[in-house]
Ligand binder design. Structure first.
Ligand SMILES: Cc1cc2nc3c(=O)[nH]c(=O)nc-3n(C[C@H](O)[C@H](O)[C@H](O)COP(=O)(O)OP(=O)(O)OC[C@H]3O[C@@H](n4cnc5c(N)ncnc54)[C@H](O)[C@@H]3O)c2cc1C
Length: 263
C-alpha cells in the first residue's frame, strides 16, 4: 500500500447523485492486484474531516484509476465538486480481490446501487480474458441507472419501481437466469439486505458465492476495528477473537459467502 497525491483527470455525473471520477495513479496501479480492491481518499486537507473515505476501484489503465460514487454526505458531496486538475490524496490499493471462476464455471455478477463499482471492474477484467459473464445491476429507479438493459448481451438491469429493465430487486432476475447456466458462480456487491439475499440464495442452492462487503470503515488498515464482521461456521465458534471476527478492510472486502455472518 502507498499513498499518492493524484490529479483529477475527469469527473462526470453518470446518473442521479452518481458520479464517475478518473485520476492519475501511476504509482498505485503498479501494486494493484485486481477487481475487488479499494482505495481510501482524503478529500480535505483540514482537520474538519480527518477520516479518509473508502471507494471501490471501478476501472484501471496503466496510469489511471476510476471510481464511481454516490453523494451520501459531506465528503462525497465534496468529491462531486472537484474539478479537473484538483488534487486528492489516495491510499491504496487496499483489500483482497474476487477470485476468477474456474474454466467450466459461468460468473454471474450482481451489483446493487454503487455496489456496481467493483462489479463493473470485475466484468471488464473477466471480459478481457474472454470469460462469458452474466451481469445483473439493481437500482430503485431508472434515474439511478446509466447502463442499457441488454439481456442478449448478458446485461440485466432491474428497478424496484419497474421504470427500466426487470421489475423488482435483483433476486427474481437471478432466480430466472440461474437455470440457463450449468455451473454458476455468484459475485455480489451492494447494500447489506441484497448481500444477505444473495448469500442465502447461494447457500440454499449450493452455488459458490463471493460477496464484497462495504461496511462502515474508519482507517482502512486494520487499526480502528470499525469494520468488524462475525465469521460464520463451527470451526470458529470456540476460537480466538481474531478467528471469530474479521476486519473487512484487511481480510476483505471480498468473502466466501459461507464465511461471514451479517447481524
Ligand atoms: C470497501 C468499501 C468500498 C466502498 N465503495 C464505494 C463505492 O465504490 N462507491 C460509493 O459511492 N461508496 C462506496 N463505499 C461507501 C462510501 O465509503 C460512503 O458512502 C462514504 O464514505 C460516505 O461518506 P460521506 O462523508 O459522503 O458521508 P457520511 O457523512 O460519512 O455519511 C452519510 C450517510 O451515509 C451513510 N453511510 C456512510 N458510509 C456508509 C456505508 N459504508 N454503508 C452504508 N451507509 C453509509 C451514513 O450513515 C450517513 O447516513 C464503500 C465503502 C467501503 C467500506
Amino acid at each position: 500500500m502507498i499513498d499518492q497525491v493524484c490529479k483529477v483527470l475527469s469527473i462526470n455525473p453518470l446518473a442521479k447523485d452518481i458520479w464517475e471520477m478518473t485520476f492519475s495513479a501511476d504509482q498505485l496501479v503498479k501494486i494493484y492486484k485486481g477487481a475487488g480492491q479499494f482505495i481510501e481518499i482524503l478529500g480535505d486537507k483540514t482537520w474538519d474531516h480527518p477520516l479518509r473515505r473508502p471507494m471501490s476501484i471501478s476501472g484501471i489503465t496503466d496510469s489511471t484509476m476510476s471510481i464511481i460514487f454516490k453523494v451520501m454526505g459531506q465528503m462525497t458531496s465534496r468529491f462531486s465538486s472537484l474539478k479537473v486538475n484538483d488534487e486528492i490524496n489516495v491510499l491504496g490499493p487496499l483489500g483482497n480481490t474476487f477470485s476468477h471462476p474456474s474454466e467450466n464455471e459461468t460468473a454471474i455478477l450482481i451489483g446493487g446501487g454503487v455496489g456496481l463499482a467493483p462489479i463493473m471492474n470485475f466484468l471488464n477484467e473477466l471480459k478481457s480474458i474472454n470469460n462469458h459473464v452474466l451481469t445483473i445491476i439493481g437500482a430503485r429507479t431508472k434515474d439511478e441507472h446509466h447502463l442499457d438493459h441488454d439481456p442478449c448481451n448478458g446485461m440485466y438491469l432491474t428497478t424496484d419501481d419497474g421504470s427500466i429493465g426487470d421489475h423488482g430487486t435483483v433476486m427474481p432476475t437471478l432466480d430466472r437466469i440461474i437455470n440457463t447456466v450449468k455451473y454458476p458462480k455468484l459475485y455480489a456487491c451492494g447494500p447489506e439486505p441484497m448481500l444477505k439475499a444473495v448469500q442465502q440464495f447461494g447457500l440454499t442452492h449450493d452455488i459458490p458465492t463471493e460477496l464484497s462487503v462495504e461496511s462502515y470503515m474508519g482507517c482502512g488498515v486494520g487499526l480502528c476495528q470499525g469494520c468488524v464482521l462475525k465469521r460464520e461456521g463451527p470451526d470458529f465458534a470456540e476460537d480466538s477473537y481474531q478467528k471469530k471476527y474479521t476486519v473487512v478492510c484487511k481480510d476483505g472486502p471480498v468473502y466466501n459467502a459461507k464465511e461471514i455472518h451479517f447481524d
